[in-house]
Ligand binder design. Structure first.
Ligand code: COA
Length: 329
């Protein structure tokens, strides 16, 4: 059976750029069609940041929304984690920039790099730190400005991604509410199937490297697709089995919003009825680490889930990394 929860969600928030790029807009940029994008991915539009608008803008706005929603002040926050691979700068951590912008003067702040799994990794790192190091109120953010590393000439990738941030405020669990079970896994042997070769110490951003587009996303789409389904199913199975719940007990499954076909394959494999599978990939595209906290916030604020709901979240990303969490809201 599930362990006694240590932490619970006190509030959620999200923020996305105002600007929207439709599939029709993309038809003017690359050789693609609305039909192709919808049939292969389910994506109809995505929010994109204006060039030069950094992640901290959206991460801070999402954090403020989550703090308001939780009724917690920034001074009460003692831990800030940001899951991202598109922070404002290589350093300092975007978590430190958010800390400064919200004046969370009592917090320790750092980023977690796990690509699309960044938010669920951060959630579980926070659980560990809160259980062992005495942190009482944590702000966990998943956010990306992935369009800053998109090659707009590469139709294989540029149609897939969007920008934004989602946040949750965590506190000590009460009653039977909270994080019931978590699971994280990675396998670096697949690091060459989804990666950004530039900007790091391997290929610093020299004029030549930037001209060769090394700072943009590389992906073997079909291999990523296949592994995503297998790994997400495995992670979901791990948390459901360990916690002693069946899919019938679930109020909502929130899968990483990368591709509608991946979402449907995971739902089908687990026999979760479609109405219990959250989908917003049509409106946001793949926002990587932001995808699950944005979805969770939408699900809570729309009343689709509420206090006491049993929610499973599952994700997969570059690394490869994958993770799941079962939570009683
Ligand atoms: C990227 C993805 C949508 C491609 O779908 P697919 O069905 O595998 O398509 P393929 O890669 O086989 O490409 C099929 C054809 O469409 C073409 N194509 C690729 N992108 C296109 C686009 N945007 N518009 C039109 N045609 C496109 C390809 O060039 C190929 O043409 P060809 O048959 O003449 O060579 C799919 O593989 C996917 O979603 N993978 C996972 C991506 C992901 O989720 N990444 C993040 C994980 S966190």
């Amino acid at each position: 059976m599930s362990k006694q929860p240590q932490i619970m969600i006190l509030g959620t928030g999200r923020a996305v750029p105002e600007k929207v790029l439709s599939n029709a807009d993309l038809e003017k940029i690359v050789d693609t069609t609305d039909d192709w994008i919808i049939s292969r991915t389910g994506i109809k539009m995505r929010h994109v940041a204006e060039p030069g608008t950094p992640l901290s803008t959206f991460a801070t706005a999402a954090a403020r929304n989550a703090l308001n929603n939780a009724g917690v002040t920034a001074e009460e926050i003692d831990l800030i984690l940001v899951g991202t691979v598109t922070g404002d700068m290589k350093f300092p951590a975007t978590a430190c920039l958010v800390q400064d912008q919200i004046s969370a003067i009592n917090a320790v702040a750092f980023d977690i790099s796990a690509a699309c799994s960044g938010f669920l990794y951060a959630l579980q790192v926070a659980e560990g730190l809160m259980a062992t190091a005495g942190y009482k109120r944590a702000l966990i953010i998943g956010g990306e400005v992935l369009t800053s590393m998109v090659n707009w000439q590469d139709r294989d990738t540029c149609v897939l991604f969007g920008d934004g941030a989602g946040a949750v405020v965590l506190g000590p669990a009460t009653g039977n509410r909270g994080l019931l079970q978590g699971y994280m896994k990675s396998d670096g042997k697949f690091s060459n199937l989804l990666y950004n070769p530039g900007c790091g110490s391997l290929n610093p951003p020299t004029v030549e490297n930037v001209a060769a587009q090394l700072h943009t996303i590389r992906m073997e789409g079909q291999e990523v697709f296949r592994n995503a389904v297998v790994c997400m199913c495995s992670a979901l199975d791990q948390v459901m089995t360990a916690a002693g719940f069946s899919v019938d007990d679930l109020d909502l499954l929130i899968p990483h919003q990368a591709n509608l076909r991946i979402i449907e394959a995971v739902g089908k494999r687990f026999k979760v009825p479609a109405e219990k599978v959250f989908v917003n990939v049509d409106r946001y595209g793949n926002t990587s680490a932001a995808s699950i906290p944005i979805a969770l916030d939408e699900a809570r604020r729309s009343g689709r889930v509420g206090d006491g709901s049993l929610v499973a979240m599952v994700t997969f990303g570059a690394g490869f990394t994958w993770a799941a969490a079962l939570i009683r809201l």
